[in-house]
Design a protein around this ligand. Structure first.
Ligand code: HEC
Length: 119
């Protein structure tokens, strides 16, 4: 049973979380600059639209011509993104993203945190 006090806490938490999520969506971390040449949030470019990519099956955004290798890859979560963004070619051989990989752990963490919230 949800008591009035508990409900109040839940509502307070939701109110606190909402503006945080909104600002995180707007502010791409500096580390995302290295992705922008190919990834435009909100539409497909050289690379697919990355809005809502976290939790999505790899290679499944409508209207983008993915490689067969990308279409065969699993869904994007913390583990699959960490591997792929560190070593795109080695993790999904045959995928067509021409990117060497993110080298700094703090950049990787910032980019993944961003991909989790960007819609
Ligand atoms: C030179 C262009 C280029 C750069 C730079 C680049 N990407 Fe990509 N990315 C692509 C292409 C092309 C694909 C599709 C690959 C395929 O279909 O094999 C892709 C695919 C992806 C996917 C899978 C998307 C899906 O819908 O399954 C993710 C996630 C991703 N890129 C993240 C990033 C991030 C984060 C960066 C920067 C750290 C980055 N990419 C930099 C071109 C690029």
């Amino acid at each position: 049973m949800l008591t009035t006090k508990k409900l109040g806490l839940v509502l307070a938490a939701a109110l606190l979380a909402a503006p945080f999520a909104a600002s995180a969506q707007e502010a791409a971390p500096a580390a995302f600059n290295q992705c922008k040449a190919c990834h435009v949030i909100g539409k497909n470019g050289v690379g697919p639209n990355l809005a809502g990519v976290f939790g999505r099956k790899a290679g499944s955004f409508d209207g983008f011509k993915y490689s067969d290798a990308m279409k065969a890859a699993p869904a994007w979560d913390e583990a699959t993104l960490t591997k792929y963004l560190t070593d795109p070619k080695g993790t999904i051989p045959g995928n067509k993203m021409v990117f060497a990989g993110i080298k700094k752990p703090e950049d990787l963490a910032a980019v993944i945190a961003y991909l989790k919230v960007v819609k």
